[in-house]
Structure formats: C-alpha cells, structure tokens
Write a new protein. Sequence first.
Length: 214
Amino acid sequence: MLKEHQRHLIGKTGTFSILAFSKNYKSIGVAVASGSMSVGARVPHVKPGVGAVATQAYTNIAYGVEGLKLLAMGFSPAEALKKLLAEDSGRERRQAALMDFAGRKAVFTGSIVPQWCGEIVGEDYLVIGNLLKNDKVIESMAVEFEKAGGNLALRMAKALKAGSESGGDKRGEKSAALIVAGDNDVEVNLRVDFHENAVQELLRKLENSALSIS
C-alpha cells in the first residue's frame, strides 16, 4: 500500500504539530508549522467523521492518505499505524500521529528522526515535533492547549504560537496550516504557504474570521 506512494511523496520537514479534539469530542483537527514551505500540502490530513493524521520528519504522505482510509474501514489508530509501519521500510525516518472520533490515539517517532524530536500524549490531544530547537517547544504547546480558551481551532493556533515562541523549528517557521472537521464537513481549513512569521500569520487569519468565535 505505502510503496506506491513513496517514490514521489517523501520529503524532509522539520515540523511541530498538534492533533486534538474539541471539548465535546464532536470536532477533530490538526495544526502544524514548519521551516519548509507549503506544509499544509503534506503534513495534515483530516476527514469528517473519520479522524486526523499528521505525517512528518521524512514525510511520507501515504501515512495520511492511507491512514484515513484505514480509519474509515474501522481500524483503530493503533491498528492503522501498525499496518502502515509494517509496510514502510523507511519507518525509522518517520514521525506520525493518528486520532479518530472515538477518542483513540496512536503516535510513532522513528529512531533516526531529526533531533530534537519528541511527542506528548494528552487526554484529548497529541503533540509531535522534529528538527526542533529544544524540548520546550512541544511542552509549551501542550501546556497552552490545555489552558487556552476558545474553540478548537483557536486553542490549536495558540498552541502553535506557544511552540514557535519556545524555539520552534530550528530554521524558523515559513509555513503553517490548520484543519478542523466535524462529523459531516470541514469546519476550518487555513494555510500559510510562505511567510516570514507563518504562525502569527495563521493566527491573524483565524482571528480575522468568524472561525475563531468560541
């Protein structure tokens, strides 16, 4: 399954992401920032009524495409991730996280993912990152998401901002993206493909729209 995608859809990204549920577990989303351009075209994958995937480090987009297919077929995130890893000879270069609307989560960070790298599993979120300046990046994201007010989109955007301000990608952030979906449709879909302060620009776009209203 994965091998059909790997030749054309793999690229290295230093990235930090958060996957999370809304407080009522009726919405799910991914927010991501990276030192690479157009991260929204590769890392975040969300399908209404199914779940969310973030695939990064030496990114293999198949983890997102096929991961959502497996979740839609009834695989749990852990089962889907196990299957994806088993079919990927380059799995130790990957970092991936999956969540579904049942509240289940799974995460993997390969042994040769660019440093600093790590993951945090919370009650209603996952934070992952690689090629980061330090370990405070994902720690601050988790803390900010837990304490932030507002709806899911705004809480995730604030988490990205906290990660950026704590060091972020070693190269700085050139792009960012935010996707939120409910049971039936995509509720938020914002991208910043290239900007000198991509996270702040993403937050500005969100705050200037009705999407940030809690």
